[in-house]
Design a protein around this ligand. Structure first.
Ligand code: FES
Length: 377
């Protein structure tokens, strides 16, 4: 197929694209993110660029039919925003649902069985959960020389009489390595916090703009895009890629291996949660705006392409209604934790979005200062 060169100015970035590629796709390839509030359907006018010799065009509608020089005005660029990443209260007591048991070299051999792990633990153990078929534990794959660590998970009911799920067998003694990633999956931004599941300490906080933004600024545009052929898969793949980037950055900041991250827990609005796990979202875009499901989603992280521990799971918190999502569930949970916590941590305020939360915090701080007679900024 015939290719043409598009040069983006003033960046001086050049890409070769096949005939018929839209300018916004060419910009994607050149690493230039343009605003696209309408999801690239040509109605918002935010992706306007200037084509040499022709003038203003909409990048989402203009198709490349020759070599071009394209100037991208500042107003059309999507700039990465400053994302709030710091919070108080780092380091809370943790009660992980994971148990690691070390079996010394002499006792662990290629013939190691689930029954043997159960005997050592003194509790019934079953092979990995039904939803985690992709992480079937190969009991005989490890050498016994330096011993092994069995990784088990409590059942969701956390009932100590219920059998544990065996989700992994690791070479050597890895008991000190037990991590989880908490994710705030926003329509605009995604924030991930890497936790040590034993101490409760936050080891790293990382954030990124939600890459789905190129398919529309808002939830409704994303729902619309998911209706295109392969649109849902595209939205899912860009967000899982972003989660992998965040996981890898957080682990490298903290100096830990992603292979020791066993839990990825996601809170977000209903649409973001559905798109992440590949559920249909069409019903969220039309009255009466029902969600496909309000249930918590518990998946093998590997089945979604998340590069954590082989037996890791990914949980999307339950939703409340089509447009009252798991972020609200997370607030309800935080409020309950606030009630249980010692000291004066006993209030949770709900804000409909991240930017509103920051605005609310600034207003509260101003009000508190004014009450103390310390006005001004
Ligand atoms: S008009 Fe091009 S993205 Fe909206």
């Amino acid at each position: 197929m015939e290719h043409f060169t598009v040069t983006f100015l003033p960046d001086q970035r050049r890409v070769a694209v096949p005939r018929g590629t839209t300018l916004i796709e060419a910009a994607d390839r050149a690493g230039i993110l343009l605003y696209s509030a309408c999801g690239r359907v040509g109605t918002c006018g935010q992706c306007r660029v200037v084509v040499g010799g022709e003038g203003d065009v909409l990048a989402c509608q203009y198709r490349v039919e020759r070599d071009l020089e394209v100037t991208v005005p500042d107003g059309s660029r999507y700039y990465t925003q400053q994302i709030l990443r710091q919070t108080h209260g780092e380091g809370t007591a943790a009660e992980p649902s994971l148990i690691k048991v070390f079996v010394p070299g002499g006792e662990a051999g290629p013939e190691m069985s689930v029954e043997q792990v159960a005997r050592i633990l003194g509790r019934p153990v079953r092979p990995c959960p039904p939803s985690h078929e992709s992480s079937v534990v190969d009991m005989g794959a490890l050498s016994s020389g330096s011993g092994i660590t069995a990784v088990c998970r409590e059942s969701l009911s956390a009932d100590p009489t219920e059998p544990l799920w065996l989700i992994g067998i690791e070479p050597g003694d890895t008991r000190a390595e037990l991590y989880g990633l908490a994710v705030d999956l926003g329509t605009t931004t995604i924030v991930g916090r890497l936790h040590d599941l034993q101490s409760g300490h936050v080891l790293a906080t990382v954030a990124e703009a939600n890459p789905q933004i190129r398919y529309g600024d808002d939830v409704v545009s994303r729902i619309h895009h998911a209706g295109d052929p392969a649109g849902g898969e595209m939205l899912q793949s860009v967000v899982t890629r972003c989660l992998n980037d965040l996981l890898s950055r957080a682990c490298s900041e903290a100096g830990v291996s992603p292979e020791c991250v066993y839990e990825v827990v996601v809170a977000g609005n209903t649409t973001m949660g559905h798109l992440l796990v590949g559920l249909p979202v069409a019903s969220l875009g039309q009255a009466p705006y029902h969600a496909h499901t309000l249930e918590m989603q518990d998946r093998a992280a590997a089945s979604l392409g998340i590069k954590a521990a082989p037996g890791a799971r990914l949980v999307v918190l339950p939703n409340i209604a089509g447009f009252v999502g798991a972020d609200t569930t997370a607030v309800a949970l935080a409020r309950r934790l606030g009630e249980l916590a010692p000291g004066d941590l006993n209030k949770v305020l709900f804000a409909p979005g991240g930017a509103e939360a920051v605005g609310m915090a600034i207003k509260l701080a101003r009000h508190a200062l004014r009450c103390q007679g310390a006005g001004g900024s």
